[in-house]
Design a protein around this ligand. Structure first.
Ligand SMILES: [Zn+2]
Length: 270
């Protein structure tokens, strides 16, 4: 069995390990360096996903803020192969946000905990991958404003939070489209995320769309890549019309740029 991995990774990357050769389907993979890290489902045991021609992939993620090597183990019958990949930081300066009192009130609202809990529940889903084509942009014309992974503090001297998605400013009412095939697992208006849609694509991958003025899909609905799911707005914790898009692997945020126009996420060459 052969295992191919990225040579280097950056915090916030999504990537795949590629497995091929006899019995690759029987391999069990875990990202062992996640044990003891503050990530959802650390070091979960993963089974390879068949992609045809006797090849398989396993989806990995690098948590934002992680700059130590990513270690993984591939177990096949009696043998365990252990390897590691160096990780570099994004080196973005910390942005200090001075939020108006109305925003701080939303952050402190008890309804926020219920919203967060509902979103967390989505990340526990494990269904087979539902997509067969590359991921595509959620807006047909787009410019990026706030970058993925931007570290922020909400109060002077407060803890650093990362921007877990990418912001795309667009006129209110612009159609928002599914980045790929999947099942709608959350759809509605929420205090912080505003008009929210979450699509489970299977394979532990979910896409999240925030701040829409209108949501036009329902929970349980199957969507295809490019289907309209709502309209750009400025609902929830937002200061102007834009789409906040997230792409998560087993609940951890990864850089949407790794996914666009690709069947499997690939860290940009650097
Ligand atoms: Zn955002």
């Amino acid at each position: 069995m052969t295992v191919t991995a990225p040579v280097t990774l950056r915090e916030g990357d999504a990537f795949v390990l590629r497995l091929s050769g006899a019995r690759a389907s029987l391999a069990r993979v875990r990202f062992s360096s996640e044990a003891g890290e503050k990530v959802r489902f650390p070091a979960e045991i993963l089974t390879p996903i068949a992609i045809g021609n006797g090849e398989f992939v396993v989806l990995g993620r690098v948590d934002l803020g992680k700059t130590t090597p990513l270690e993984y183990e591939v177990e096949l019958e009696e043998s365990v192969m252990r390897r590691s990949i160096p990780v570099t930081g994004l080196a973005q300066p910390i942005q200090r946000l001075n939020l108006p009192a109305s925003v701080n009130a939303k952050l402190a609202d008890p309804a926020r905990a219920a919203e967060d809990a509902a979103v967390e529940q989505v990340y526990t889903r494990r269904t087979p991958p539902m997509w067969t084509r590359p991921f595509q942009d959620a807006l047909s014309r787009r410019t990026r404003s706030s970058a993925f992974g931007q570290p922020r503090t909400y109060e002077t001297g407060g803890p650093v939070d990362y921007h877990l998605g990418t912001d795309y400013p667009a006129a209110a009412g612009t159609p928002v489209r599914a980045v790929n095939d999947g099942t709608v697992v959350m759809a509605g208006m929420y205090l912080v995320r505003g008009g929210l849609v979450i699509i489970d694509h299977g394979g532990g991958v979910s896409s999240l769309y925030f701040h829409q003025r209108r949501v036009t899909v329902k929970i349980g609905q199957q969507v295809s890549r490019g289907d309209p799911i709502g309209e750009v707005g400025s609902t929830g914790l937002s200061t102007g019309p834009h789409l906040h898009l997230e792409l998560r692997v087993r609940g951890q945020a990864t850089d949407p740029a790794n996914w666009m126009n690709r069947l499997w996420p690939t860290p940009p060459s650097r």
